[in-house]
Write a protein that binds this ligand. Structure first.
Ligand SMILES: Cc1cc2nc3c(=O)[nH]c(=O)nc-3n(C[C@H](O)[C@H](O)[C@H](O)COP(=O)(O)O)c2cc1C
Length: 170
């Protein structure tokens, strides 16, 4: 059975995912894109992976600097997410506060969580590059709900009790 790229995209729209800005530095300037392809790899050592399209502007920034930061967004940051999709790469950080944690990659202020990473490994997969990053610093400025992507739109954890449903609960 042949699965077309449209079939694949349709399927992926049903895979709810956290919305993140993956950021890096290019010639000292902050760059970033909206990404849902972010995944935990290992706790010891602390590794995560991001999949970045090799035609995206951020690809050169990560390859050149060897560092990136994963900024998971809060539920109320959908305007920021939309801005990263609609605005050209060079202007996405205009008016946006960010901090250097350890590597210098931009940690967006007010994000749900920042994972500051050094590139440990890079593996080509189709149109994308899988960057495995060693997490060298984290910052969490307070617990709130995440911004999620589901069926072509932004979503929150609405409908669940404040603290979520424990895994394994009946
Ligand atoms: C919901 C959603 C998730 C996305 N996830 C990724 C991703 O994980 N990796 C990626 O390279 N692009 C992803 N993209 C695409 C980029 O955000 C966008 O196409 C990219 O910024 C365009 O390239 P540019 O930065 O060169 O303008 C996603 C787009 C959307 C709408």
């Amino acid at each position: 059975m042949h699965v077309s790229s449209d079939d694949f995209r349709f399927g992926m729209r049903h895979l709810a995912a956290a919305v993140n800005i993956v950021s890096s530095l290019q010639d000292g300037e902050p760059r970033g894109l909206l990404a849902t392809a972010v995944c935990s790899v290992s706790a010891e050592p602390p590794l995560l992976l991001v999949c970045i399209n090799r035609s995206a502007s951020l690809y050169e920034a990560i390859t050149g600097s060897g560092r990136f930061c994963v900024n998971a967004l809060r539920a109320n940051q959908h305007a920021l997410a939309r801005n990263f999709l609609n605005v050209e790469s060079k202007c996405r950080f205009d008016g946006l506060g960010w901090t250097s944690l350890s590597t210098g990659a931009p940690a967006i202020d007010g994000a749900l969580i920042n994972f500051d990473c050094e590139v440990e490994q890079a593996v080509t997969a189709g149109t994308h590059m899988i960057f495995v990053g060693q997490v060298v610093a984290t910052r969490c400025e307070g617990e709130t709900d995440p911004l999620l992507y589901f069926r072509s739109g932004y979503a929150g954890l609405g409908g669940l009790p404040e603290d979520g449903v424990p895994m394994g609960a009946a």
